[in-house]
Design a protein around this ligand. Structure first.
Ligand SMILES: Nc1ncnc2c1ncn2[C@@H]1O[C@H](COP(=O)(O)OP(=O)(O)OP(=O)(O)O)[C@@H](O)[C@H]1O
Ligand SMILES: [Mg+2]
Length: 237
């Protein structure tokens, strides 16, 4: 079943078009990876899906409903949750308070306890640091907190914008294996990554974005085997 669909979406910042006529779909249960160079439009795409930016043209459908003009906070209630690039944890709030901020859209408060249980079992480090303030946590811990906060909303679609950014190799492996685990628990994931190798290895399907347009698409395996993608994104000529 198609969960998310973008049709002919274009997004501009003033007169500069950052996304041009983009169309793609994400099926329920998938991990789909979006890869591309700096400035290609990956974060713009994510913000357009979460509703922080509005497309100039085109449409976005989620679970069969047209959400093109829907406000961002309503999209959270509908099941779209984003862990933004650069983490965005609230520095003066504790781990518990940061996580609780993710639950504002829940109609049923009984889901909150289940959310905390899920997040603490995925990220035991957060369970050990419940009353530490976000601003004093390490980069990797803040990344865990940002993903945890997004999960507290019990999303059907989780948008992850560069979750491995700035992490040590050991942490990168851990974050990718947790992403797979979150997906296996039933959450559909759209993943933006510079770490194309890991992102495509973990993904069912992927798209390559170049200056605002999709230039390649395929299964993770197909894209990993594509010589042009190898040369440009996988660091092997
Ligand atoms: N608020 C803004 N105002 C003007 N231009 C912007 C704005 N945000 C992004 N852009 C431009 O839009 C283009 C796409 O940016 P975007 O952040 O989507 O890229 P990205 O693929 O996420 O890059 P990175 O890998 O560096 O995070 C870039 O040329 C960028 O300079
Ligand atoms: Mg970005």
């Amino acid at each position: 079943m198609t969960l998310l669909e973008l049709k002919n979406v274009s997004v501009s910042y003033g007169r500069i078009e950052a996304i041009h006529d983009m169309s793609f779909a994400v099926d329920e249960g998938e991990i789909v990876s979006l890869i591309g160079a700096n400035g290609a439009g990956k974060s713009t795409t994510m913000k357009t899906i979460s509703g922080l930016l509005n497309p100039r043209s085109g449409s976005i459908t989620f679970d069969g409903e047209d959400i093109t003009k829907m406000k961002a906070h309503i999209r959270v209630v509908k099941g779209i949750s984003q862990a933004p690039e650069g983490r965005g944890v609230f520095p003066g709030m504790t781990v518990l308070e940061n996580l609780d901020m993710g639950t504002f859209g829940l109609k049923d408060r009984s889901g909150v306890k289940a959310g905390f249980d899920r997040v603490f079992s995925l990220f035991p480090r957060l369970a050990e640091r419940k009353s530490q303030v976000g601003g004093t946590m390490s980069g990797g811990e803040q990344q865990m907190l940002a993903i945890g906060r997004a999960l507290m909303a019990q999303p059907r679609l989780l948008l992850l914008d560069e979750p491995s950014m700035g992490l040590a190799p050991q942490f990168i492996r851990q974050i990718f294996s947790i992403i797979t685990e979150i997906n296996q628990q039933g959450t559909t994931i759209l993943l933006v990554e510079q770490n194309a190798n890991q992102a495509l290895t973990r993904a069912n399907r992927g798209f390559v974005l170049e200056t605002g347009s999709i230039t390649h698409s395929g299964t993770g395996k197909e894209l990993l085997a594509n010589p042009a993608i190898k040369e440009a994104y996988l660091g092997v000529g």
